[in-house]
Design a protein around this ligand. Structure first.
Ligand code: GAL
Length: 335
């Protein structure tokens, strides 16, 4: 190897190590987000599972995906954190070609969401599985005995017999787990309860007649807030929200979550995460800023939401910090 390249590599790895060694104190929406190795986090379209004091972030690992080409092997990565700011790469928990021939090659494996079933002790992962042209429209189920082990493929199916593309996850206060999935032919999306072992979608809780995807749900002060994006592929649009007193509805009219011209500040809804602290309950909007020509460079827009009394609003993105113990959030720069 030429000397100059070797030198550059030494500098690059020293930089990565120093970036990894210094704990971060803030979240910077839209910027590169280094993990404990100093590498940009690969957890696009992700989901979060909390076990004890540790959060696990699962998402599409698009490392190496450039040039807009669909890969024949797909990966799902798992990261852990106790403060939601510093993330440790655990491992790739799913990795490989399509788990069934029907999806072909290349194939689609998107928006992983992991649930922990207290009864069986199993970790159950739902994903959007598809062929390269998004026509199969199925969910896939994987299971594992440990949170970050190798997830074993179980099967794929169409929940409630419906086409299913973008999926979302929600666990209610009573511990019931729900899958949110978008079903294009019905011009709407479903909130559906999982079976007791979480391996199946058991029943329709609500059909929401609105052509939205990227569905995410949170319960805050007794009210359910549902968000979603319009169907514009990788391009951002003005994401919407509605509220209801019961998961089965009726849902209010959908409204913009941010000034419409900002197109949700270039992001698409993926999840809402509730952080219950000793002083405050905060709800974090987790959105993806997609870079379809260079997926591995896709960014995350995480921001604390203004939420309450039936209103939900995504403030303009800026650097912020979170006290995981108290649940309080602070913007670092005055506006
Ligand atoms: C988006 C969806 C992404 C991905 C993309 C493909 O609307 O939310 O997860 O499927 O379409 O175009």
């Amino acid at each position: 190897m030429p000397r100059l390249i070797r030198l550059l590599l030494v500098f690059a790895s020293a930089f990565c190590l120093s970036a990894a060694a210094t704990p971060m104190t803030s979240i910077r929406p839209g910027e590169l987000w280094p993990d404990d190795r100093g590498l940009h986090i690969q957890a696009h379209g992700g989901g979060i599972l909390k076990l004890g004091d540790t959060f696990y972030w699962f998402g599409e690992d698009r490392g190496g995906e450039t040039g807009g080409k669909k890969p024949s092997e797909r990966k799902i990565a798992c990261y852990s954190s106790t403060d939601l700011i510093n993330w440790k790469f655990r491992r790739q928990v799913v990795h490989g070609p399509a788990p069934e021939p029907l999806f072909g090659s290349p194939y689609i494996l998107e928006r992983p969401k992991v649930f922990h079933n207290a009864r069986t002790g199993k970790f159950v992962m739902y994903v959007h599985l598809d062929d390269a042209s998004y026509r199969a429209a199925r969910v896939g189920v994987y299971v594992c005995d440990t949170v970050d082990g190798d997830y074993a493929y179980v099967r794929s199916f169409r929940p409630l017999g419906q086409e299913s593309r973008d999926i979302g996850q929600f666990v209610d206060d009573d511990g019931s787990a729900y899958l949110i999935f978008e079903a294009r032919p019905t011009r709407g999306f479903y909130i559906a309860k999982l079976s007791e072992d979480y391996l199946d979608v058991a029943e329709e809780t609500c059909f929401v007649q609105s052509r939205l995807e990227g569905g995410a749900l949170v319960k805050y002060e007794g009210l359910y807030y549902l968000i979603g994006s319009w169907m514009t592929g990788w391009a951002p649009n003005n994401n919407q929200y509605a509220t209801a007193k019961s998961l089965s509805g009726p849902w209010s009219e959908f409204k913009d979550i941010a000034p419409p011209e900002t197109k949700t500040y270039g992001s698409q809804s993926t999840l809402m995460l509730k952080v219950v602290g000793s002083k405050k309950t905060s709800v974090i909007f987790m959105g993806d800023i997609w870079r379809p020509r260079d997926h591995q460079d896709g960014r995350y827009l995480w921001m604390p939401l203004e939420i309450g009394d039936g209103r939900l609003w995504l403030p303009e993105p800026r650097e912020w910090t979170l006290d995981i113990k108290t649940g309080e959030t602070h913007f670092l720069h005055a506006r």
